[in-house]
Design a protein around this ligand. Sequence first.
Ligand SMILES: [Zn+2]
Length: 387
Amino acid sequence: MAHTSASAGALLRHVRTGRARSRADLVALTGASRNTVSAKVDQLIAARLLEEGGRGWSTGGRPPTILQFNSGAGCVLAVDLGVTSVDVAVTDLSARILATVGHPIDIADGPGPVLTEVDRLAQEVLAEAGLTPGDVCAVGVGVPGPVEFSTGRPSHPPIMPGWHDHPIPSAFARYECPVYVDNDVNVMALGEIGVEGSVQDLLVVKVGTGIGCGVIVEGRVYRGAQGSAGDIGHISVHPPDGRTVVCRCGNENCLEAIAGGGALLRDAVAAGLDVATTREVVELAVQGDGSALELVRDAGRTIGTVLAALVNFFNPHRIVMTGGVAQAGAPLLAGIREAVYGRSMPLAARALEITVSDAPERSGRVGAALMAIEEFLDEDSVQSLAR
Ligand SMILES: [Zn+2]
């Protein structure tokens, strides 16, 4: 195995993720000297981020002292902002939810009223958990639109009118701590690995009104140069019936214009189904309605052709489907699998798992917490804490 960084943040991460349980493990993982590792571990213990537990198994000589991450060293606020509702949670530094509250909102009311409501809910959950604003180490916020990650400002979000360029972190000034904002798909992707507890290469594909993809590389979100990595909704596809559909972005035959939630509803109405929302189409498919099943399966095939290309390019361990349309389950997966296994190279597809998220409602909050924890406990903040 290649040796990795031996910064305080990297050492802490090895212990947090369970890869290292002792100073000896850290020396083996990083290739750094015993003295270097011990000095940084002592700093992390002084900062209360690591604790020494009992004795582990020895392979000869004195058994090593077990190192444990102290997830109670602080708490984070996790905000999962949707189009019609918001969930706010306070978690420990392992993203374990200590208290949570949800409330209906209308994202189109704009940042002023919505963030005032979020602020009120945050104070409510903190009080419920018996914590104060001073206990909050970091805030993580997921929003339903593209975000410039370095500034926490939405960038021309199509379903968040009035939010373009709004500095979301400023709404959390009372906590005097770092605030991280990202799009809901990246946040949900982190929530998926948090819930599963594994470090893998993973694509988390959300099929709601739009279609987006969270790219996880070795357990971490890959955002790309400007933060728009995984924006797969506007990749050009060939519709099954050869027609041309103009997308809301102005281009023709984008993936989401052919296979997104809005497209599914449009095609269901055109096929004569008595439905008013995408959710109703999905419910009909779950109940076994033949036309709805065929539409969902077609959407799956179209999404699958794009995913097949991504599999060839990225070779993930797993693809997890989430979002409202993914609730259709089996027919969507059948269409996706047909296209992915039919079009991916055998080596990339051999061990690939394609599943539907088993806790979509939880992954937004857990993911927002994990994003805040990951960023807060990265190199710089840990260095300053452990100084
Ligand atoms: Zn488009």
